[in-house]
Design a protein around this ligand. Structure first.
Ligand SMILES: [Zn+2]
Length: 207
């Protein structure tokens, strides 16, 4: 029998920042409605395509952490840009879905300055976890609870989550949202291989 996870006490939902609900046409070839949520200093850009909250729809959802270095500058040290591209491609192909983009998650939540310092330590031979610890940060400082609150506020109780990260699955399930996992594998650059191996072997990411 599948154990039933307890539903956490009700927490205040994140609020939409007033006046931020708008829309645009994406270069991926489809329309998105957008809004900005904010919860305890965590900003989440929500991109919605189609009707992800319609009755009977189990929408494809991607919870994604901002990564300036790969998504803007094309760094090949990680696979964030490829994961984001894959999420947008799949959402467009399915005709409905949601991207929850965490703006304040740069460097797995340690911020751009510390992320660049961690890269420099990795250049000296430390792995990503060691580098974060040397800087006084945890291996992963991100929290995803705002994602559960956004989905709940949108009335979505069952999702197909595009992820390899068990922490993202757990945070939704703990909030009583049913999760079907969709593996998020993309072709990675050669320079990112060590980092991806580390995510699987040390940080418990799923295959
Ligand atoms: Zn990245």
């Amino acid at each position: 029998m599948t154990p039933v996870r307890p539903t956490l006490p009700v927490t205040p939902p994140p609020s939409v920042v007033p006046g931020t609900e708008t829309h645009w046409h994406s270069s991926w070839g489809f329309e998105v409605e957008t809004s900005l949520y904010s919860e305890k200093g965590q900003r989440v850009v929500v991109l919605s395509h189609g009707a992800p909250a319609a009755p009977g729809v189990v929408p494809l959802v991607r919870i994604h952490s901002a990564c300036l270095t790969s998504e803007v500058f094309g760094s090949t040290r990680c696979d964030c840009r490829e994961q984001l591209d894959e999420a947008m491609r799949r959402i467009g192909a399915e005709g409905a879905g949601l991207l929850l983009y965490f703006l304040d998650h740069e460097g797995r939540g340690i911020g751009l300055e510390a992320k660049l310092q961690a890269y420099a330590l990795q250049d000296d031979g430390h792995d990503t976890t060691e580098a974060n610890h040397l800087l006084g940060h945890p291996a992963d400082a991100r929290g995803f609870s705002a994602a559960a609150h956004v989905l709940s506020e949108l009335g979505i109780r069952h999702v197909r989550l595009l992820t390899n990260n068990p922490a993202k699955i757990a945070v939704l399930e703990d909030a009583g949202i049913q999760v079907d996992r969709v593996p998020a594998w993309v072709k990675a650059y050669r320079h990112a291989q060590g980092y991806l191996h580390h995510k699987r072997t040390v940080m418990a990411h799923l295959k």
